[in-house]
Design a protein around this ligand. Structure first.
Ligand code: SF4
Ligand code: ZN
Ligand code: ZN
Length: 330
């Protein structure tokens, strides 16, 4: 039996740092880093996530996944000829938000990536904890709604071709599988490597669609990427989500490569899931003009409830000021 000292890279013979079971490879640090960078480049090309001359807005929280996504996207942008602009939303969650913001600012500065930072309290007068306290709704549902809205406004204003997210294979496959079990089939259409821009919603891309959580953690460590170790204090996994994730991981142990095969099969069939939509065509919010299924969008409804008036239009103006000061308005 080989000891870890004897295990060598299958490509160059240097000491191996990891085994990529599904590719039947042991890899050294250099070749592992190359392997992941090639995988992301292939993902960008295979699913046409980004192309020459495009503007990609990368949403970065400061955690391992989004920092790694930004770094890999930045590297790919130099090879593929597109531009990356980072967006960080400071939710005002005490020390967690403070550290996250500083991490993203330093990281973007060190790489020369333009960064847009939006401060929730400055935009609407309330931090996320204050909203949670006032609204008595699950924090992640309020947070998700706000982040989706702000991301879309920024992407529209800077005329971004897409918003890049840090979701990876081990976020997406369990979620897709859970939605399949529950037969929420249309939901699956939103979880592929790419959603197209339509109805005033700027499309989403997921450059880490085929990269696992373990691979991201190792890549971030070996590349010395700075990221926030602490999780958001509101983070918590539902029991079923955790169990589905464990199930897929045990399946991967028995059938190496099955998660990537699953991801590729979903991507091939995304149009089938999309065709199952029963939602009505979107209208425009009468207050702020954002795409909405009702006369007033969810962001305007939420701010109306907490602040006594819908803030969508005001927030867009404040965001335009931020973008203008950064020279990012077209
Ligand atoms: Fe927002 Fe929930 Fe994520 Fe915290 S864990 S950043 S509240 S979505
Ligand atoms: Zn090697
Ligand atoms: Zn609105």
């Amino acid at each position: 039996m080989k000891t870890s000292k004897e295990i060598r890279c299958s490509l160059c013979g240097e000491p191996a740092v990891t085994r990529i079971t599904y590719a039947k490879l042991w890899l050294c640090k250099k070749h592992f880093i190359e392997f992941i960078e090639k995988r992301v480049l292939e993902t960008l090309n295979r699913y046409k996530l980004a192309g020459r001359g495009q503007r990609i807005l990368a949403a970065v929280s400061g955690g391992k996944d989004s920092i790694t996504m930004l770094y890999l996207l930045h590297k790919a942008s130099m090879e593929m000829g597109f531009k990356v602009i980072a967006l960080h939303i400071d939710l005002g969650i005490g020390i967690y938000s403070k550290i996250s913001r500083e991490t993203v600012e330093h990281f973007c500065q060190s790489l020369g990536i333009p960064l847009i930072t939006l401060d929730l309290k400055t935009l609407i007068g309330y931090s996320l904890p204050e909203l949670v306290h006032k609204m008595r709704r699950p924090p992640c549902s309020i947070c998700g709604l706000i982040k989706r809205y702000l991301m879309n406004v920024v992407a529209q204003e800077i005329k971004a071709d897409a918003v890049a997210l840090g979701h990876h294979l081990d976020d997406l496959m369990p979620y897709i599988f859970k939605n399949f079990i529950l037969q929420n089939l249309f939901e699956i259409s939103k979880l592929g490597p790419k959603t197209e821009s339509e109805n005033g919603l700027v499309g989403r891309i997921r450059p880490l669609y085929e990269v696992s959580e373990h691979e991201i953690a190792l890549y971030a460590k070996l590349s010395n990427l700075p990221f926030v170790y602490e999780e958001c204090p509101y983070a918590g996994k539902k029991k079923l989500d955790k169990q589905v994730k464990e199930f897929l991981n045990s399946l991967e142990g028995l059938h190496p490569g099955i998660k990537i095969s699953f991801a590729r099969a979903v991507a091939r069939n995304i149009h089938v899931y999309k065709a199952l939509s029963t939602t009505k065509p979107l209208k425009k919010c009468t207050v702020c003009g954002a795409p909405s299924s009702d006369d007033m969008c969810s962001f305007c409804k939420l701010t109306n409830r907490v602040a006594g008036k819908p803030l969508g239009a005001e927030v867009r103006l404040k965001i335009r000021d931020v973008l203008s000061s950064l020279g990012l308005l077209e």
